[in-house]
Ligand binder design. Sequence first.
Ligand SMILES: Cc1cc2nc3c(=O)[nH]c(=O)nc-3n(C[C@H](O)[C@H](O)[C@H](O)COP(=O)(O)O)c2cc1C
Length: 334
Amino acid sequence: MSNTTTGSVLRTRFTETFGVEHPIVQGGMQWVGRAELVAAVANAGALGCLTMLTQPTPEALVKEIARTRDLTDQPFGVNFTILPSISPPPYAEYRDAIIESGITIVETAGNAPTEHVEVFKPAGVKIIHKCTSVRHAIKAQTLGVDAVSIDGFECAGHPGEDDVTGLVLIPLTTERLDIPVIASGGIADARGLVAALALGADAVNMGTRFLCTVESPVHQQVKEAIVAASELDTELIFRPLRNTTRVASNAVSREVVARLEEGAVFEDVRHLVAGTRGKQVYDVGDTELGIWSVGQSQGLVHDIPTVGELVDRIVGEAGDIISGRLAAMTRTSL
Ligand SMILES: Cc1cc2nc3c(=O)[nH]c(=O)nc-3n(C[C@H](O)[C@H](O)[C@H](O)COP(=O)(O)O)c2cc1C
């Protein structure tokens, strides 16, 4: 049972296709997309996604899926991030573990999901492919995915190399695709949700906003740092390597930007960007310890609500904006 209390309901092709109450997705978040957060999102009537690569092995992922099921009986998904890597994780084994665990929704990201779509689809898994350009969205639709999440330049994590913001990217994508489109990047409240729907999207995806909730499994000081930060407090690292990543601005990320601009190569900054240092930020609560992803939307984050409060607030206020402020505008000419 969903624990939502709001009376507002927004029905879209997304809610119909994926069988969730609200058109809101919590996308994959390395170290953050664990059972506690994902179950809270599911119980709030939105779509939460466990982050596959946060689990060190396929067996650990199976256990995390079971742990999530202990906390919710609502549907949830798994984020399947495909990294460019010399020694890639055992993707096929993770994929089998997801299918055998009975997961029916997967969010792919990072690279074209071609061979994974060919296995997931016959197994009855619905796929949301997250990408950062119209051409990749069209390709994903051709591959047979069920929805596309389109990530604007504002987003946390990987915005791609085209630097097109959501206000242009979302309507361009919705006008080219037949399948549901999820607007992602820079969205943190009801205004963003209503704007995304107006641009033709069927749902929104949020990372940064869910990172800063009570159930998010990161240190309280990280959440307080997000509330205190502004939209200006992010850095784009790895630009010269064409693997741009939007992260929190701190001494480490600024040093990475400076050294790569001076001509350093990845090996020179590897120790600075190590995933284990980033994880320490969340465990210890010292936001200067390493690299951690956050989006420009942190400027819109002013509090640390429970996930249930957040989803209720966004859906309730979206209903108010649509039937109040916007409806009043259409009446003014009468
Ligand atoms: C802490 C954090 C970690 C993330 N890790 C991943 C990841 O592992 N895989 C992925 O596909 N997206 C990842 N993302 C991106 C989000 O799923 C989402 O696309 C993005 O946060 C949307 O932009 P927003 O933060 O402005 O809402 C991460 C985002 C954050 C904030």
